[in-house]
Design a protein around this ligand. Structure first.
Ligand SMILES: Cc1cc2nc3c(=O)[nH]c(=O)nc-3n(C[C@H](O)[C@H](O)[C@H](O)COP(=O)(O)O)c2cc1C
Length: 189
């Protein structure tokens, strides 16, 4: 059975939920999956995996530092290991190509990582009373949201949950990655 690690850096829980959903889909495809919250500094042996997915939320243009650290390590991963990379963010709603280029392509190039698959997913912004955002975060996002609304016509609820995640796209990513990690003679398709 192929073994895959899904590792994430998530400030507000969005990428965490994406990673967990990917793990569910991968398991449906007979993949053994470990999920790792990179904030807890897990020790990861890259040699143990046929595939590694690393994902991060974006804050002020930045990956979480823990996810960035794992990316650095992936530059030295054995070449047999398949690599999947994702970010969750909001800019992708208004500028998909620019987002892919700045948050994925340029980042991977800088880190010297060759990914087999990379995707920028639209994320979630939560202004509700359950939100993990502090006052400062809310103010910052509120200002950015105004520009987003003008550019795209998307309305942001300043009191509720704005979940822009495209679960079909997330599942497609996971299925594609499962196929990449499965020897062709064992594939269902
Ligand atoms: C304070 C703050 C700053 C953000 N900055 C950006 C940004 O620079 N670019 C972007 O595309 N999204 C930005 N976002 C949106 C987040 O990337 C989005 O909410 C994402 O889903 C968060 O993922 P996480 O919960 O896994 O950290 C920001 C969100 C917050 C709260």
């Amino acid at each position: 059975m192929p073994r895959v690690l899904v590792a994430y850096g998530s400030r507000y829980g969005t990428s965490e939920e994406i990673a967990n959903h990917m793990a569910t889909i991968l398991r449906e495809h007979d993949i053994e999956v470990d999920v790792a919250d990179l904030r807890s500094r897990p020790s990861i042996d890259l040699e143990n995996y046929d595939g590694i997915i690393v994902g991060s939320g974006i804050k002020v243009g930045r990956w979480t530092k823990e996810a960035e650290q794992l990316l650095k390590e992936l530059a030295g991963a054995p070449s047999k290991v398949k690599i999947g990379v994702f970010v969750s963010c909001l800019q992708v709603l208004t500028n998909p190509e620019g987002t892919h280029s700045s948050y994925l392509d340029e980042k991977l190039k800088k880190m010297g990582v060759g990914a087999d698959i990379g995707e920028a997913f639209s994320g979630k912004i939560d202004f509700s009373s359950e939100s993990r955002m502090g006052m400062l975060d809310k103010r910052m996002v509120s200002m950015a949201a105004k520009e987003m609304e003008q550019k795209s016509g998307i309305e942001i609820d300043r009191n509720g949950v704005n979940d822009f995640r495209d679960w079909d796209a997330i599942e497609t990513f996971a299925r594609t990655f499962a196929a990449l990690c499965t020897p062709s003679e064992n594939r269902a398709d």
